[in-house]
Design a protein around this ligand. Sequence first.
Ligand code: IPM
Ligand code: MN
Length: 365
Amino acid sequence: MKKRIIILPGDGIGKEVTTEGKKVLDKIAETFGHQFEYDYASIGHEAIEATGNPLPDETLEKLKKCDAILFGAVGHPTYDNDPTLKVRPEQGLLKMRKELGLYANLRPIKLFDELLGASSIKPEILKGSDILFFRELTGDVYFGEKGRKDDRNTAYDLMIYQRFEVERIAHKAFQAAQTRKKKVTSVDKANVLESSRLWREVVQEIGKQYPDVTLEHQFVDAAAMKLIQTPRSFDVVLTGNLFGDILTDEASQIAGSMGMLASASVGDKVGLYEPIHGSAHDITGKGIANPLASILSAALLLDISFGMKEESETVIAAVESVLKQGFRTGDIADTSTDKTKILNTHVMGSEVAKNIKKIKSFAQA
Ligand code: IPM
Ligand code: MN
């Protein structure tokens, strides 16, 4: 198959990790006889520096014409500590999500057995956890009206949802549950928020169309607790943009490290694949970032955007095999054993790529 992929390295460790994601995609193309064509475009802080715009028109044009997007991260410490700045790297990401209609953000939280010891949560609580988050991505308080009044001493961000926005992501979550353990946990704050009461009403209605799927509702505060108390009790979690942002960072601890979590943003047409970790400027340029989230995002890209199931599973198996061999980046290192071999970003990517060939020939034999 011939496909066109745009790589958006973005800021911080974005460049380092997408380089490894691409390396793995190249190896898949070579091993399975595909042709992947790449092009690069700028976004975030680097785009502001070059053009003054966190999502230049040129980038958006390229994104509208490709088959899939591999994205790194955006963000820069200068902006974090200066709330008065009007142009911000994150605006590029939010605009891109909105413009491309990427309303569903899938965040799989799957714990590789080899990483049971890497989490701060007890192994007996974690073992067997497998959660798929559906975070709504183009609505909520992220996109509601915002502003200041009363001489700038009062600020507001409107939390707003429309029926159709809840319906379309709810369908996606129920359909995914049908292929899994057939359970959807919808998370909201319906005891306080009107937008959450609409959310719950719509999810209940849509749920009736999926009688084989069990639907339960949890308030976000209780869900935050249950996620780390009984992570195995979850299958598919369906939630809004803000709650999903917060809960998936929390849930990353179930997978050992934020450096392991991939995500797919899908909706109208093209799909975007990115790690859930951010730009991580504290470790940028040191070569120690964990590239596995970007590599696992590439696996999601192969599966969801290109329908390449076998190729996608080969990437995941290669990651598993590298972990089994004791290779780790610092963030997932198990210091209680001397069998751990700490690799830098680049070598970790190469090890995964190497294993792809081995796994493919093993499957054929
Ligand atoms: C994420 C990030 C973004 C978000 C930021 C960078 C705007 O935290 O993708 O989870 O809040 O959606
Ligand atoms: Mn986030």
